[in-house]
Ligand binder design. Structure first.
Ligand SMILES: Nc1ncnc2c1ncn2[C@@H]1O[C@H](COP(=O)(O)OP(=O)(O)O)[C@@H](O)[C@H]1O
Ligand SMILES: [Mg+2]
Length: 251
């Protein structure tokens, strides 16, 4: 599915966060939104997911304007939002419950538990798990959705470095085999370089997209990533430049 955002604007009462923002994500493309904390990344995903109402602009899916909360999006918010009174298995299968295919989804979920480091956790409650495990459960729930476009808000932020690397590899595999359209929000430059077809670097709130970087390497390994010093430096400079010229506000 193709996502297109046209002239999107959004304000909280005291601050304009998005101003005439336009970009698109092609069918099957992996795009990362990279930017410093507080620049409006989570706000953008909330507007796309329909949780926040834009001031203006259009969101198009395969060329059609999206008006309401759309089943085309699988949204993984920055905070995992697992329901504390449901077991991990029930949390993970929440969308199956909504769409009346819970039994089938439970089977799929059980098969994926080990891969997400959640084996033996089926009948535990979110409060009994570490932050990283909860994040992985929320991620598993998102991937079990049959939506065409994934909106992922710092899905690996709460994980330890080793698990994060494993999950990035896993997502890289998943995205190349399933051909999903993915919009990933991150403040981790290496993560964006490793996973994306394209990186959009956001400026200060209201500033919009500062630069777009396309990455064409097909055969990505950790060694390849560690050799990307020049790209990393370029991105670092763009982000720094923004902080110097832009809004100095700290989160
Ligand atoms: N509910 C809210 N009301 C008012 N301001 C908010 C609200 N949520 C976020 N903000 C502000 O909007 C800006 C962007 O926030 P956010 O989208 O969470 O940034 P990011 O995800 O890039 O770190 C920040 O300055 C933040 O303080
Ligand atoms: Mg955020």
């Amino acid at each position: 599915m193709r996502l297109e955002v046209r002239q999107l604007s959004f304000s909280y009462t005291d601050q304009q966060i998005l101003r005439n923002l336009s970009f698109s994500v092609e069918d099957g493309e992996f795009v990362s939104i990279l930017g410093p904390s507080g620049c409006g990344k989570s706000t953008l995903l909330n507007v796309l997911a329909g949780i926040l109402q834009p001031l203006g602009g259009e969101i198009l899916i395969d060329g059609e304007e999206k008006k309401e909360i759309s089943g085309s999006f699988a949204y993984m918010p920055q905070n995992d939002l697992l329901l504390p009174w449901k077991t991990i298995l029930d949390n993970v299968c929440l969308y199956g419950e909504i769409h009346h295919r819970k039994a089938q989804m439970k089977e799929q979920a059980r098969a994926q538990m080990a891969r997400f480091g959640l084996q033996g956790c089926e009948n535990k409650y979110p409060g009994e798990l570490s932050g990283g495990m909860r994040q992985r459960a929320a991620f598993l729930r998102t991937t079990l959705c049959e939506a065409g476009i994934y909106l992922l808000d710092e899905p690996f932020g709460a994980l330890d470095v080793i698990t994060r690397g494993d999950m990035q590899d896993w997502l890289a595999n998943l995205s190349s085999s399933l051909k999903k359209t993915i919009l990933l929000v991150t403040h981790d430059t290496d993560e964006a370089i490793y996973l994306s077809d394209r990186i959009l670097i956001l400026g200060a709130p209201g500033e919009g997209i500062r630069e777009e970087i396309r990455i064409t390497e097909k055969n990505r390994t950790r060694e390849w990533l560690y050799g990307q010093g020049e790209m990393r430096l370029k991105i670092h400079r763009i982000i720094k430049e923004k902080q110097r010229n832009g809004n100095e506000k700290e989160e």
